[in-house]
Structures are given as structure tokens and as C-alpha cells.
Ligand binder design. Structure first.
Ligand SMILES: *Cc1c(COP(=O)(O)O)cnc(C)c1O
Length: 389
């Protein structure tokens, strides 16, 4: 009998031990033992799937990966110590010196640093496309292009990229489409359905959802995952069993948490849109979002991130931040606690101003990561802070 995704995220479980525990125990062990020489030989020859050493696999990391891969509709997956471990591991495993990436300009700050500072060391260059000019990406493809890379919704401007279009272009030119699906979660959007070959998650965000641990997962096509797995297993950015155990338990509540996040986010976005001190609000499931129809096509709900601009520029923005009482001023996102971020002075401060503006980050822009508090308390704090500007 086939199971719904929410059920699988709860019921997928590694083999029970002789103690018949109900919840998966924490397997804090660096290595695993063998009965005899033959069993050990077969394990190293990969004739039988089996845990050898926790840098390679561990029951806790395998359980997490299986849950994320199931929800994404992926063949296989690999876990990493962090989301950036997953991003870097994917590029390092799939690209050779001289290869080329076509990427959306609006990507996570550290991914941007990877493109501009580190990948060029290995002669890997990146060409960017603007989200508004996505139809021009075929013009950017070179004979050495290997990967198309994008996030949707984007950070922090919550623009939506047409995943089916990216999938078609990748297929036509025989390229690997890699999507960072962190903002949508595997519950709201499954890029593989639209043609993605690889999907990356920073599990640190909504998969944990409670701001406790770091983690990353890459899932996708079996042949590509094999390469990424070999890179991961030999280079050491392994996810700790403890973090994997936390994250696998978190997967059990992902659907109910994200349902509430999205419900509150839509309420707060609607409230902000009608507030006289707010210039504009962007949230994928607001009818005023320029790509509302596309968001509805690819996502089942609008997600947890809202971008908006307060009237009065930098000074008003700073006064707004200084007046926040309940909500957290932090750079993280996807937490049970609502977080207010000022991208221009924090997460995206490394970008030059022209690059910031190109991805829609103005001085007065605020990013809200809506948490699980009662929506009235979130709204009250925003109201009193907006009143002060
Ligand atoms: C946070 C984040 C990452 C990096 O994840 P870490 O777990 O912090 O390393 C990558 N992509 C996106 C979209 C993110 O929000």
C-alpha cells in the first residue's frame, strides 16, 4: 500500500535493534564491526550495503537521507555537515577544471562567494542570469557548460524561477539542473518533477525548524549521487549522527510545522501589504506577487519567507529594527521563532551595492522568516515597531 509523503517521513525507520525501540535510537559510533574477514571484504567491495565507518554512512544519516529523498521523489541521496557542505560537495564532485556554471544571480550569500572566490581557483567560471530575464539563459550556455544552478523562491527577494523551463533547457543541452530547494522545503515543492537532476537542502533551516543543528542533504539521480557520495565519503564533511538523529525526528513534524508557517506567513504578508508605512511586500502566494501564477503551479503553499520594504530608507529601517521587541534579530531562517533580518547590512553585505540592487536588495528591505508563534503576537510586534518609524 503506497503511503503519503507525510506518513513516510514519520514511518521510515532504520532496522530496529534487538531492544525493539519504537523511536530510532542514536547510533553514536565511529565505526562498525564485522563477523569475519569475508564479511569485511564484501562490505569494502560494496557487494552488500552495510555501514563501515561513520564518515561513509551511519544508520542515523541514512534514515534522514531516505526521508528527504522520498519526499523529493529522488532515487538516492547523501548527507553533509551543513547546507554549504552539500552545495560545495555537489559542485566539487560533478565539475572538472574548465567546466562552466550558469546560475541565477540571486543565490545564497555563501554560494555566491563560492562562485566568485573559490571555484575560479579550479578554473570553474560562473555566468549569471537575472531572474527577470530567465528566458535568455540559452544565450549564456557555452560548450563547456555543465550545470544550471538556481534557488526558488530566491533569497532574500522571494522571486520565483520557472523550474519546468529550466528543466527543459537543461534537458535540451544535456546539462545537469541543480536546485537549492531550501526555501520551499521538500514538502512544498519537488523540483525533480519539473526536471531537476539534483536537489540540495540546508537541513539547518526548516527541516530542523527549531534552530538547533546544522545539516545538509543532496538528493537526485543515482549516477550523479554516486559521484557526490564518493566525494563526501573521502573528504570528510560528514553529518554527525546526533545532528542526523535530530533532523530525522524533525522530518516527522515537517508537514504540520510548514502548514502553520505558511498559514501565518500569508496572514502577516496580507497585513503588511495594507500597512501605510510599508512600500511593498513580496510573498509568493500574495496575488500581487509578479509570479503568483507560477508560484501556485510549482508550490503547494507560499513558504515561510516574506520580503518587504519600510518607507523612509535606511534610517527608518534602522529605527524599525531597533524597535522590535519579541521577534529575533538574527540572520537565520526557517525557525520556530520569527526572525527579522536586514540583508543589506548582514547576509548580503559582501556584495557590492550594484549586485545587491540587481537582486532587489534595497537599504530599507526587511526579510521576515515567519515562525510558529501565534500570528497576533507577531503582528503586534511588527505593528508597534512600524509605529515608531
Ligand atoms: C542557509 C542556506 C544555505 C547554507 O546552509 P548551511 O546549513 O547554513 O550551510 C544554502 N542555501 C540556502 C538557500 C540557505 O538558506
Amino acid at each position: 500500500m503506497s503511503q503519503k509523503l507525510e506518513t513516510k517521513a514519520i514511518r521510515t525507520q532504520m532496522e530496529r535493534s534487538q531492544y525493539m525501540e519504537h523511536s530510532t535510537p542514536l547510533h553514536l559510533t565511529s565505526s562498525f564491526v564485522f563477523e569475519d574477514a569475508e564479511e569485511m571484504r564484501a562490505a569494502f567491495a560494496e557487494e552488500k550495503e552495510r555501514n563501515i565507518y561513520s564518515r561513509f554512512t551511519n544508520p542515523n544519516t541514512s534514515e534522514l537521507v531516505e526521508k528527504v529523498a522520498d519526499m523529493e521523489g529522488a532515487e538516492d541521496g547523501v548527507s553533509f555537515a551543513t547546507g554549504m557542505g552539500a552545495v560545495f560537495g555537489t559542485f566539487a564532485a560533478l565539475l572538472d577544471s574548465g567546466d562552466h556554471i550558469v546560475s541565477a544571480r540571486a543565490v545564497f550569500g555563501s554560494t555566491h562567494t563560492l562562485f566568485t572566490k573559490f571555484l575560479p581557483k579550479w578554473n570553474i567560471e560562473t555566468t549569471y542570469f537575472d531572474v527577470e530575464a530567465i528566458e535568455t539563459i540559452e544565450d549564456l550556455i557555452q560548450p563547456n557548460t555543465k550545470i544550471i544552478y538556481a534557488e526558488s523562491p530566491t533569497n532574500p527577494g522571494v522571486a520565483i524561477l520557472d523550474l519546468a523551463f529550466l528543466g527543459q533547457v537543461a534537458k535540451k543541452h544535456n546539462l545537469i539542473l541543480v536546485i537549492d530547494n531550501c526555501f520551499a522545503t521538500p514538502y512544498l515543492q519537488q523540483p525533480i518533477k519539473f526536471g531537476a537532476d539534483i536537489v540540495i537542502h540546508s537541513a539547518t533551516k526548516l527541516i530542523d525548524g527549531q534552530g538547533r543543528v546544522l545539516g545538509g542533504v543532496t538528493v537526485g539521480r543515482k549516477d550523479l549521487i554516486r559521484e557526490i557520495y564518493l566525494f563526501a565519503r573521502n573528504t570528510g564533511s560528514a553529518l554527525s549522527p546526533f545532528n542526523a538523529w535530530v533532523l530525522s525526528k524533525s522530518m516527522e513534524t515537517l508537514a504540520v510545522r510548514v502548514d502553520r508557517h505558511c498559514q501565518t506567513a500569508l496572514t502577516i504578508a496580507t497585513f503588511l501589504e495594507s500597512h501605510p508605512k510599508v512600500n511593498w511586500v513580496k510573498y509568493p502566494f500574495l496575488k500581487s506577487h509578479p509570479q503568483y501564477a507560477l508560484a501556485k503551479k510549482q508550490m503547494s503553499q507560499g513558504g515561510t519567507i516574506i520580503a518587504f520594504e519600510v518607507k523612509g530608507g535606511l534610517t527608518a529601517g534602522q529605527r524599525f529594527f531597533d524597535s522590535i521587541k519579541l521577534l529575533s534579530l538574527s540572520s537565520n531562517l526557517g525557525d520556530s521563532r520569527t526572525i527579522v533580518t536586514h540583508p543589506a547590512s548582514t547576509t548580503h553585505s559582501k556584495l557590492i551595492e550594484a549586485d545587491r540592487l540587481a537582486v532587489g536588495i534595497t537599504d530599507g528591505m526587511v526579510r521576515l522568516s515567519i515562525g510558529l508563534e501565534h500570528y497576533e503576537d507577531i503582528q503586534n510586534d511588527l505593528t508597534q515597531a512600524l509605529d515608531k518609524i
